[in-house]
Design a protein around this ligand. Sequence first.
Ligand code: ZN
Length: 122
Amino acid sequence: MMNEMMNEVLNEMPDVRIHCEICGDDFEPIIKMQADGEIETGYLKCPHCGTIYIICVTDAELRKKMMEYRKLYLRNCKKRLPERKLRQMQKMLDANVKRCNELIEQHPFVRAEDTEDGMQSD
Ligand SMILES: [Zn+2]
């Protein structure tokens, strides 16, 4: 599951706190997922003021590519890799991040839960 994968990534970074720009509080990053067809949005929600921070938006293809990268990363992270291989992995990661940003623009987040205080987009 994407959700588990993302939280696993965050768990590898000890003591990560997210600083909310709106209310100024720090909170633990627990990624929530919302699926809309094949589009999945990973986001953080400030527990104090409810501000949503979009982490990533993926479609099926991008998820596959992210899993591929993750597998490669796990297999190689403890090794000393040749420059060429490192560049190749960095390129994969860059492409995934770029695609993720495209999807974020194409799929504005609509909250399925607690929509009562409706986030007005325009
Ligand atoms: Zn906040």
